[in-house]
Design a protein around this ligand. Structure first.
Ligand SMILES: NC(=O)c1ccc[n+]([C@@H]2O[C@H](COP(=O)([O-])OP(=O)(O)OC[C@H]3O[C@@H](n4cnc5c(N)ncnc54)[C@H](OP(=O)(O)O)[C@@H]3O)[C@@H](O)[C@H]2O)c1
Length: 388
């Protein structure tokens, strides 16, 4: 069966690698829709090559090239949702960055598409809303997971749970691995003064700028703990984080009998992307398995919450519930944007997120509007704090 893919965030790091996988397997995948933010030039090239039915951009460009006028074009903040809803799409690869992707996550699920999800911020900000839609879908269909994670750690856990899922065996603990980022061995004072060029030097992964900064502060791991909570219905106290600088083990699951399953591979996102796209099959990606004979040691250590306070903030926000994870995420998005435009040093990011969590009133999340309201409040607070 050919899978018809709507790709949201096609011009980004995950988006481009998704098209790389699709191009290797034209017999398996057809690109039904492409959506991006501002990079119209690259989107036009992609549209010429992959010939989607629908294409979208966050901002309407000055002009659509004559040869692409026949596509069904959509523009604006709703473009990602409209592309997710493209009728011919059976699957949505969601690789938009940031919680702006939440409406498209909900739309994809509500339209019955299988969601191949890289956009972790959706689950951090809207986990309870997404879980409610998923549980209504589970009542209607059996055996076909509505969401397959693309994030490498969650893909690893999803793969480790394949056998357990079919036997209804519950895992005991989820163990998320973290490379530790570029500042793993730095002193706290130096981390706090780090600048953009320091943070964008990730030791093992090539990724978009926002997630690379999140990896440097370890906010990425905090977001991933929350993402795992919603994807695998696991409480925070049974989700561990372990530092593993080689990034060979992408995450692990332990069971009641003391057995631990790990998923390994080269740090290349085409592997989890292809796994999600081809599920339940496996397809070639152009990525070789690690050469274990030459790898040397695989090492593990405890994360240091004194130097990386984002991890603590993530767990606190998750246990507080309500709008706290929204505030954590939105304040972080604003602070990372300020850091990337070189207005603040790295240490300010976690500080301002902690202040936002202390100041923005706690409320339950009952609707998308509750999430959006907390998002606006957190962004406004963060912008004001950082401009002062
Ligand atoms: N990169 C990785 O290796 C990796 C690994 C695990 C998880 N993830 C997750 O995957 C997601 C994407 O990461 P990335 O590294 O690929 O980011 P990225 O390189 O910055 O790409 C983001 C994509 O989203 C598009 N975009 C941004 N805002 C949009 C909006 N409002 N509407 C429509 N499109 C929008 C961008 O378009 P323009 O560029 O055209 O503006 C771009 O195509 C993130 O949630 C990240 O945490 C990434």
């Amino acid at each position: 069966m050919v899978k018809h893919i709507a790709l949201l965030g096609s011009t980004g790091s995950i988006g481009r690698q998704t098209l790389d996988v699709a191009a290797r397997h034209p017999d398996r995948f057809r690109v039904a829709a492409l959506c991006a933010g501002h990079n119209a030039r690259l989107l036009f090239e992609q549209a010429r090559r992959f010939k989607p039915s629908r294409a979208g951009l966050l901002e309407e460009p000055g002009r659509i090239p004559d040869d692409l006028r026949g596509l069904d074009w959509v523009f604006g903040a709703d473009a990602a949702s409209l592309c997710a809803a493209e009728p011919s799409a059976t699957h949505v690869v969601h690789a938009v960055v940031g919680m702006a992707g939440l409406p498209a996550t909900l739309t994809a699920l509500e339209h019955g598409k299988q969601l191949l999800l890289a956009n972790k911020e959706s689950l951090v900000a809207g986990g309870s809303l997404v879980a409610a839609v998923v549980s209504s879908l589970n009542e209607r269909r059996v055996g076909d997971p509505p969401i397959i994670p693309i994030d490498s750690e969650h893909s690893a856990i999803f793969q480790c749970l394949e056998d357990a899922r079919s036997k209804s065996i519950k895992p005991d603990r989820l163990i998320l691995t973290a490379s530790g980022g570029p500042f793993r061995t730095w002193e706290a004072a130096a981390i706090s003064k780090a600048v953009r060029s320091d943070a964008l030097r990730h030791p093992t992964w090539m990724m978009g700028e926002k997630i690379t900064v999140d990896s440097a502060t370890m906010m990425n791991k905090a977001l991933e703990v929350i993402e795992a909570r919603w994807l695998f219905d696991m409480p925070s106290e049974r989700i561990d984080v372990v530092i593993h600088p080689q990034s060979v083990i992408h995450s692990m699951v332990s069971f009641e009998d003391g057995a631990v399953l790990a998923q390994m591979g080269a740090p290349d996102m085409r592997v989890p992307i292809a796994y999600a796209m081809a599920y339940p099959e496996r397809i070639s990606t152009g990525v070789d398995a690690p050469a274990f004979g030459t790898l040397g040691a695989l090492t593990f250590g405890e994360p240091d919450e004194a130097r990386f306070s984002s991890l603590r903030l993530g767990r606190e926000a998750l246990s507080a519930g309500g709008v706290a994870p929204v505030v954590l995420n939105s304040a972080n998005e604003e602070a990372v944007a300020a850091f990337l435009s070189e207005r603040i040093k790295l240490g300010r990011i976690a500080d301002v997120v902690e202040s936002a969590l202390a100041v923005i009133p706690q409320r339950p999340v009952r609707s998308l509007e509750d999430v959006m309201e907390a998002d606006r409040a957190a962004r406004e607070f963060t912008r004001c704090s950082l401009s002062g």
